[in-house]
Design a protein around this ligand. Structure first.
Ligand SMILES: C[S@@+](CC[C@H](N)C(=O)[O-])C[C@H]1O[C@@H](n2cnc3c(N)ncnc32)[C@H](O)[C@@H]1O
Length: 301
C-alpha cells in the first residue's frame, strides 16, 4: 500500500486497528517523528490542503517509512468515510485553530459534530490530544466535548523543551502560553444530529429522450435540489452535438467538482459523469443527474 490514500478509490472502511491519527499535520514533522520512533505502529495523517500532503509523502519516501498513511480531505469526512468504529487509539491535533474569530466556530476541528465522529471511531479508553496556544479555543473545545457526554477531560500547561512543530517554535519564541487538552473516551457518545453522505454502489448513465436540449437554463446557474443539496453549473462546452458541463455539488457541505458529458445518440442523449472526473459516488450525484436531465428537457422559450 502506498503512503497516499485516495478515499474515492480505496476499499472502505480501512482495515487499520489500534492506530494513531494526526489531524492537520502541517509540515508533517510531528507524525514523522512518531512513526520513526514506533515503527511497529500505524500513523494516519489528515490534511485539507495538498501542500502538506505532498511534503509528507516526499519525506516518507526519503526515510522509506511504510507505517505512515495520509489523505487530503476535511477531517470530518475522512473519519466518516475511512475508519471503522472503535478502531483508532489516539487522535492528535497540534495548534489546530488558526480561526480564532467567533464566526469561524463552525470551521473548528473540535465542534460537536467533529468530536462526535472522532468519539465513534475511537476505541474505548482511546484519547484525543490537543495542543493549542488559544484559550478561547480551549474553552470552546471543553464546552463542545461536554455535549458528547463520553469523555473524561484534563487540561494542563505543558513544559516544552524541544519544539516539534512550526507553530510551537513560533509561539515559544514570543513567549505565548500553551495548553494541552486530553479527552479520554470512557463510554460511547450520546447520539447527536450529524451530516452524512450516502454512497451508492454505481452511478448509471441517464438517458434523455429528446433530440434538442435546453442548455441555456443551466449554464452559469445555481440550483437548490433539496435541503442540503446545491448544484452550481459553470460553462457548457459544445462539440458537434455533444456537450461537456462543469459542475460543483455541495452535499451536506461536502464539495465535489466534476464534469458531466452529454452525448448525442439517434433521437436521444446519454448523460454521464466524465470518466476523467474522480468522484465519491454519492446519492447527491445521482439526484443532481436526475435533476439536470429534467431541466434539460424543459421547453426552450
Ligand atoms: C495552524 S496549522 C498547524 C499545523 C501543524 N499541526 C503544526 O503544529 O505546525 C493547522 C493545520 O490544520 C489543517 N486543517 C485545518 N482544518 C482542517 C480540516 N477541517 N481537516 C483537515 N485539516 C485541517 C490546515 O491545513 C493546517 O495545516
Amino acid at each position: 500500500m502506498h503512503n497516499y490514500i485516495d478515499y474515492r478509490k480505496i476499499e472502505r472502511p480501512l482495515k487499520f486497528q489500534n492506530f494513531t491519527v494526526e489531524i492537520g499535520f502541517g509540515s508533517g514533522d510531528y507524525i514523522l517523528k512518531m512513526a520513526k520512533d514506533n515503527t511497529d505502529e500505524v500513523f494516519f495523517g489528515i490534511e485539507k490542503s495538498w501542500i502538506p500532503v505532498n511534503k509528507l509523502i516526499k519525506k516518507c519516501r526519503k526515510y522509506d517509512l511504510k507505517n505512515v498513511f495520509c489523505t487530503k480531505l476535511d477531517a470530518y469526512w475522512a473519519f466518516q468515510f475511512l475508519f471503522n468504529d472503535r478502531s483508532v487509539k489516539r487522535i492528535i491535533m497540534n495548534y489546530p485553530d488558526p480561526w480564532f474569530k467567533k464566526f469561524h466556530e463552525e470551521k473548528r476541528l473540535t465542534r460537536r459534530e467533529n468530536l462526535y465522529i472522532y468519539a465513534k471511531k475511537l476505541m474505548l479508553n482511546g484519547e484525543i490530544k490537543i495542543r493549542t496556544d488559544d484559550y478561547a479555543f480551549v474553552e470552546f473545545t471543553l464546552q463542545e466535548s461536554e455535549l458528547i457526554g463520553c469523555f473524561s477531560v484534563s487540561l494542563s500547561k505543558p513544559t516544552i523543551d524541544k519544539p516539534l512543530t512550526k507553530y510551537e517554535k513560533r509561539w515559544l519564541s514570543i513567549g505565548k502560553s500553551i495548553w494541552d487538552i486530553v479527552l479520554i473516551k470512557d463510554k460511547e457518545p450520546i447520539p447527536i444530529k450529524i451530516k452524512e453522505i450516502r454512497e451508492v454502489k454505481a452511478l448509471f448513465p441517464v438517458r434523455i429522450e429528446k433530440d434538442k436540449l435546453n442548455l441555456q437554463d443551466i449554464s452559469h446557474r445555481e440550483f437548490k435540489i433539496e435541503e442540503g443539496l446545491y448544484l452550481k453549473c459553470f460553462s457548457v462546452w459544445k462539440r458537434d452535438e455533444d456537450y461537456a458541463l462543469e459542475v460543483l455539488l455541495s452535499e451536506n457541505s461536502f464539495l465535489q467538482a466534476f464534469m458531466i458529458i452529454i452525448k448525442k445518440k439517434e433521437g436521444y442523449f446519454i448523460m454521464d459523469v466524465s470518466q476523467f472526473s474522480e468522484i465519491f459516488k454519492s446519492e447527491g450525484i445521482k439526484k443532481s443527474m436526475d435533476f439536470l436531465s429534467k431541466m434539460l428537457i424543459k421547453e426552450i422559450e
